[in-house]
Design a protein around this ligand. Structure first.
Ligand SMILES: *[C@@H]1O[C@H](CO)[C@@H](O)[C@H](O)[C@H]1NC(C)=O
Ligand SMILES: *[C@@H]1O[C@H](CO)[C@@H](O)[C@H](O)[C@H]1NC(C)=O
Ligand SMILES: *[C@@H]1O[C@H](CO)[C@@H](O)[C@H](O)[C@H]1NC(C)=O
Length: 178
């Protein structure tokens, strides 16, 4: 039985490790100051819980500083927000596109600033960095700190921990007896 538990823990652990080494993520949490769903032109919707990927072209890289001369700026209008609720905004991009990304929230829009950031002997690559696929997610935060997308993982881990408590006591008791 202990083996089954450790097996699940290891799988979960590697799943997270793997996910985080393959890419970079920039995260901000914010509180919505007003509900905002009258606009038809929203580019980020909370209810759909769909992530979207944008292909963004960085500006040429300054060959001395190793970073784009200016930021590629994207503003995405969010809707479906509830007043006074907390949300998490995430931008993720693959590690093979070395970039700096800043996120901000200005009450109505998610503002994303992208800079390519690398040195290369290939000057044409520095003048014309490859477009970066950036995945954007907007998640409600449960209780103000927990992204709703991690809830299933939290439930599984909690269930595993709780169900292993009697087993731990059993082991302790057995050790005392021996
Ligand atoms: C926002 O949209 C939801 C469902 O689409 C609707 O029930 C609600 O009344 C709307 N709120 C406002 C302030 O328009
Ligand atoms: C947020 O940024 C967008 C895009 O730059 C702009 O159109 C909008 O007016 C800004 N909203 C506020 C409240 O400053
Ligand atoms: C430099 O980068 C460009 C654009 O990515 C590529 O087409 C070219 O083959 C590269 N040149 C060298 C010498 O690697």
């Amino acid at each position: 039985m202990a083996n089954t538990y450790s097996f699940f823990f290891i799988i979960t652990f590697f799943f997270h490790l793997f996910g985080s080494t393959l890419g970079n993520t920039e995260i901000i949490n914010f509180k919505a100051t007003h509900s905002n769903n009258r606009s038809k032109s929203c580019q980020l919707k909370v209810q759909e819980a769909l992530s979207q990927t944008l292909l963004l072209q960085p500006y040429p890289i300054d060959s001395e500083k190793g970073i784009s001369e200016s930021a590629t700026i994207v503003a995405l209008q969010a809707c479906g927000l509830k007043e006074n609720a907390w949300y998490q905004l995430r931008a993720s991009w693959p590690a093979v596109y070395p970039s700096d990304i800043d996120l901000a929230w200005n009450d109505t829009h998610c503002l994303l600033h992208l800079y390519a950031s690398f040195y290369s002997a290939n000057t044409s690559l520095m003048k014309n960095p490859r477009p970066v696929p950036v995945q954007i997610d907007l998640d409600p935060l449960i209780l103000g700190f927990l992204p709703s997308s991690v809830i299933p993982t939290v439930i599984v881990i909690t269930a595993l921990v709780v169900s292993s408590i009697p087993f731990a006591f059993f082991i302790l008791k057995k050790q005392k007896q021996d």
